[in-house]
Design a protein around this ligand. Structure first.
Ligand code: ADA
Ligand code: CA
Ligand code: CA
Ligand code: CA
Length: 197
């Protein structure tokens, strides 16, 4: 039989917390399914580049059981390797998460989901390998983009496993073959669209 991706239900928020200054995470932050939303200087909900993130993860940090509400500004930034477990974006801001580590960085998004991305969900600007697994995404432009115009360009890799994607506006992933990027997709279910760009 054809493998079919599976997804779990979105969690109910246990509380709501305004974020007026970027939260620096090193080690592990377990949000207990609280909803964090941008406020004040982090109150941007549009597509302006250069917004700050709600969470900035140090190399090796883990962010888990967090709901990002609206506005979500520039979401989550990873400075090095990072792990996002059961992180949910109710309405993606400029993008959901940006991966900025070096060439040997590994980033994992395991569980969670995202909705309402005018353009990209995951933006890969550094080097290394991003794995996105057990994830669900709907109402979005592109699940993943390897930066096409970053000031330092890298060869990047993305692995997408067990993802349910509902009606992408564009393609699932965008990579730069001229830089030797790779994309490895398995167990993807696309709902509501017959073909991808
Ligand atoms: C756009 C832009 C990139 C980078 C990226 C981001 O793709 O062209 O240079 O800024 O957004 O990190 O949001
Ligand atoms: Ca952008
Ligand atoms: Ca961005
Ligand atoms: Ca949005």
């Amino acid at each position: 039989p054809t493998p079919t991706a599976t997804s779990t239900a979105w969690p109910a928020a246990t509380g709501s917390k305004p974020v007026t200054a970027t939260i620096a995470v090193s080690g592990t932050l377990d949000g207990g399914n609280a909803r964090y939303f941008g406020s004040g200087a982090l109150g941007g909900d549009g597509q302006d580049e250069g917004q700050d993130p709600l969470f900035k993860l140090a190399d090796g940090a883990v962010l888990k059981n967090v709901i990002l509400g609206a506005p979500a500004a520039d979401g989550v930034h990873c400075s090095g390797s990072c792990t996002l477990i059961n992180v949910w974006w109710e309405n993606v801001g400029e993008d959901a998460a940006t991966f900025k580590g070096g060439t040997s960085a590994t980033y994992t998004v395991d569980g969670g989901g995202a909705k309402g991305a005018d353009d990209k969900v995951f933006q890969h600007n550094g080097g290394g390998t991003l794995t996105i697994k057990n994830f669900q995404v709907s109402d979005f432009g592109k699940l993943y983009r390897s930066c096409g115009n970053c000031s330092t360009q890298h060869q990047r890799a993305v692995v997408v496993q067990n993802v349910v994607a509902t009606a992408p506006a564009g393609s699932l992933v965008g990579i730069n073959q001229n830089y030797g990027d790779t994309a490895t997709l398995s167990k993807i279910t696309v709902v509501g669209k017959k073909s991808l760009d």
